[in-house]
Design a protein around this ligand. Structure first.
Ligand SMILES: CC(=O)N[C@H]1[C@@H](OP(=O)(O)O)O[C@H](CO)[C@@H](O)[C@@H]1O
Length: 827
């Protein structure tokens, strides 16, 4: 049968419906001509259905229903003539339910529920006030030709009104769609009759034809009935409505929630073959559904068919825009994979293409190459003025909390004062922490974990970086609640992930049960990725495979757009957070949630905090913090301050700015520093010696300001070795594993955000590198710096140094010294 249907030219989605609805080949033969024309006429644009007396345009999901209705209606006629059909007498005489009561001052109160609709009045006909009526009843002769009382429902002055009329006579007009011409008493001119155009004709519900046949059921009886599978006697749903499209009926059935997990409505043709039993007494129908019928209109993976089609259309539109864009950008080669491979592979490529912002890629490339060509580091640069130092040496005395807690602001020990102020901020829930963990850890080489934070350090008790950091967070929370016993702070820990690290990171946290933290305090935020490009002119996007673009996270500066895009800054602000510490996951000694840092920044009323250590050699792979004097066009903190000014004043402001320079803090990244700057010395010391250790702080107010699109960070180029695949001349795809940098990752750098802050509001803090900076950048090896081994050694060395001082036992009202020591050691 399927092939006969296909030969009728119906689309596959209609074929299934037809197959289910047409009970026999002979029926099929008889409906062939008409259903094809219907299906064509439904097309994709102009489907309509007749319901409640009006033609409604069908949306996509309803078209299949329209087809069911139509085909079903023709099939039902045929089936009936063959003895297969069911009839629902009065099924269209649906109870008036648009208004619960209708009354007017002149009329007695009438209960609309006492009526059923029998037709709609379309227009006047001829000069004697005849009215054309479209039937909504199975008894048109009786209703429109037999003289007697009828009722008219209209909306008068915005309210439903029901009036009694007398039918004088009526006759059927045979046409494409039958209708009746009726004459009503008192409406004998076209003008008078036209008052009734659009009205509904009613009869009293109790005026039910006595002639209901054995096979005929009444709509109010059907609605609410249980729908049972004949074979299994399983209840699958309830009839909620009956739909008619002329001469046949469809039961609208709501499937039981437990069966489908959701409110799902399906259509069941009301024909004897499919609904063999109608038991009015027991309020149930039994059905024999053809295979697949119950799955029609059932959402798949949470989407209804309509939603799925809508999604599909949207995808197509987006995809065609992507294709145009890629062609315009000279990157159409990334679409080559669509002509090869299997459906899943091609789909994967389409899915990926839809997630990439190619406009942003273009901007990033322009910015990055603009930056390279402008001698960005040649402007006026200065090392920062004297930087305060954190001194934890006398931390043992901090355990005497009474001394500091009362008047911490008066303490002349700076670090202790900052510590206590910071603890107070922690206790008051005013701080949060971000770990930058979106990097791909490529420098660690193969064989490492997929995510740097999962890297285990070979300590007496093996611990991953994430675990060490989580423990510090727990410790600082505990220390805060010891000093402020009424507080039980939970510092939000925001884990910045990327496409490359998100899934393994989440799985790791799950597996480790969040290291004892409360799950709700860990917020995963995924940053964007951008495609990697080659070094040739034109910068072609590199392909990891024909169906996958090589992409890389947008660098640690991607934090800001990710935080804003995911409303994290608003959330922090709503929760009362004022300061956020941001650090790179690869530092084994990082003091997570460091109260000293928070207290210091708070005291300085800073918007940006930057921890630095002394750079130990010209070759150390660290960025250096500098003060820039800049007159370039990029907006700085001064633009920020003026951006809110009135337009009328902006011209003057711009003129003033033209001749002025502004200073701001920035970091000269190690791979962008000239040799002269890198090696410049002042006596024995390096001139640029404030090494950026990627432990920074931002006020939430400042993060809010960074949401200004004018302040979006620019992009830098990171040259990398990126394995790729390429189609050779013979059309074969070959893998290339370069031994030299062959590609560019486009990255934003977190410290570029310092630029928009008034230098007065930037708080630099020098810390001891042996205590706070043990970066893990490289795979371990003889004489290789910054490895898991060197970091482990630093942790153990710190622990040894501290264990030479004996811990004090905690006393009432004092901080437990072992906790403080553990926090400082990190293990
Ligand atoms: C963009 C950025 O933040 N780069 C940081 C960051 O560089 P890496 O490329 O991740 O090693 O960590 C360094 C310290 O470990 C820091 O000195 C440098 O400035």
């Amino acid at each position: 049968m399927t092939s006969s249907i296909a030969s009728l030219g119906a689309s596959p989605c209609y074929s299934l419906l037809l197959k289910q609805l047409i009970p026999s080949q002979s029926c099929l033969e008889r409906v062939r001509g008409s259903h094809v024309s219907f299906l064509h006429s439904v097309g994709l644009q102009q489907a309509s259905r007749f319901r409640n007396g009006v033609f409604e345009r069908l949306d996509d999901s309803q078209k299949s229903v329209g087809a069911v209705g139509c085909v079903s209606s023709q099939m039902a006629d045929v089936a009936r003539s063959e003895g297969h059909g069911r009839r629902v007498s009065g099924r269209l005489e649906s109870v008036v339910c648009h208004a619960s009561r209708a009354s007017s001052a002149a009329e007695p109160t009438i209960n609309v529920e006492d009526f059923v609709e029998i037709g709609t009045i379309a227009e006047t006909h001829g000069i004697y006030g005849e009215l054309r009526v479209r039937s909504l009843t199975d008894f048109p002769q009786e209703r429109f030709e037999t003289p007697g009382t009828r009722w008219i429902k209209r909306i008068l002055m915005g309210r439903p009104s029901i009036t009694q009329v007398e039918l004088v006579e009526g006759r059927e007009i045979i046409g494409k769609q039958s209708s009746w011409l009726v004459t009503l008493e008192g409406f004998d001119t076209p003008e008078k009759a036209s008052e009734l155009q659009g009205a509904t004709m009613l009869v009293r519900a109790d005026d039910r034809p006595a002639s209901l046949g054995e096979e005929e059921d009444y709509i109010p009886d059907l609605v609410g009935m249980d729908v049972i599978i004949e074979e299994t006697k399983e209840k699958i749903g309830t009839i909620v409505d009956i739909h008619n499209s002329g001469a046949s009926d469809l039961l609208r059935v709501q499937l039981t929630a437990s069966k489908r997990g959701k409110d799902v409505l399906i259509w069941i043709p009301f024909v004897k073959d499919i609904v063999p039993v109608v038991d009015i007494e027991a309020k149930r129908v039994e059905i024999r559904p053809p295979e697949g019928l119950l799955d029609l209109n059932v959402p798949s993976e949470g989407l209804t068919r309509k939603e799925m089609r809508k999604e599909e259309r949207k995808r197509k539109a987006i995809f065609s825009a992507i294709r145009k864009r890629l062609t315009a950008l000279g990157q159409a080669h990334v679409l080559d994979g669509l002509t090869t491979g299997d459906e899943t592979q091609r789909q994967a490529l389409m899915d990926q293409l839809m997630t990439i912002d190619f406009g942003r890629l273009q901007q990033a490339l322009q910015h990055a190459f603009g930056l390279l060509s402008s001698d960005s580091v040649a402007g006026e640069l200065q090392p920062p003025p004297t930087i305060p130092q954190a001194n934890w040496a006398d931390f043992e005395s901090w355990t005497n909390t009474k001394k500091y807690k009362k008047r911490p602001a008066n303490s002349d020990n700076d670090t202790a004062r900052w510590w206590f102020k910071g603890l107070q901020l922690v206790a008051d829930g005013e701080v949060a922490v971000v770990v930058l963990a979106g990097g791909q850890a490529t420098r660690l080489g193969p064989g490492g974990p997929p995510v740097k934070g999962m890297l285990e350090l070979n300590l007496p008790e093996a611990k991953s970086l994430f675990e060490i950091q989580a423990e510090r967070l727990l410790l600082v929370q505990e220390l805060a609640s010891q000093v402020y016993p009424e507080a039980a702070p939970q510092i939000p820990w925001i884990v910045l992930t990327s496409d490359a690290t998100d899934a393994p990171t989440r799985a790791f946290f799950d597996e480790k049960e969040y290291f004892g933290l409360d799950e709700s305090q860990v917020w995963f935020v995924k940053q964007d990725s951008l495609p990697c490009v080659d070094l040739e002119e034109g910068h072609n996007i590199l392909l990891e495979s024909p169906w996958k673009l090589a992409v890389a996270p947008t660098g640690n500066g991607g934090l800001f757009s990710a935080l804003h895009a995911q409303n994290i800054v608003d959330r922090l602000s709503e929760e009362g957070v004022r300061y956020v510490q941001v650090y790179s996951v690869d530092n084994a000694l990082v003091r997570v949630g460091d109260p000293v840092f928070f207290g210091y920044a708070h005291e300085k009323e800073a918007d940006v905090g930057v921890k630095v250590v002394k750079r130990n050699s010209p070759d150390e792979a660290v960025g250096v913090v500098c003060l820039h004097k800049d007159s370039e066009e990029n907006p700085t903190h001064e633009d920020l301050d003026t951006s809110s000014e009135d337009d009328s004043e902006s011209d003057d402001t711009d003129m003033t700015r033209e001749s002025s320079t502004s200073s701001y803090y920035g970091v000269l990244e190690y791979n962008e520093m000239t040799d002269t700057l890198r090696t410049a010395k002042e006596g024995d010391d390096l001139v640029y010696r404030a090494a950026h250790i990627c432990v920074n702080l931002f006020s939430v107010d400042y993060l809010m300001k960074l949401a200004n699109p004018k302040l979006e960070l620019g992009f830098h180029t990171a040259l990398k070795r990126i394995p790729f695949m390429k189609e050779d001349e013979s059309g074969e795809w070959a893998t290339h594993v370069p031994d030299q940098p062959n590609g560019i990752k486009l990255e934003q750098f977190i410290f570029d955000a310092f630029k928009h802050c008034d230098p007065e509001k930037v708080a630099l803090l020098e810390v001891n590198r042996n205590e706070e900076f043990a970066p893990i950048k490289n795979a371990s090896g003889e004489g290789i710096p910054d490895t898991a081994e060197t970091a482990r050694d630093m942790l153990l060395a710190l622990q040894n140094r501290l264990s030479s001082t004996s811990p004090e036992a905690g006393q009432d009202g004092e901080t437990n010294s072992s906790l403080l020591r553990a926090y400082i050691c990190g293990i």
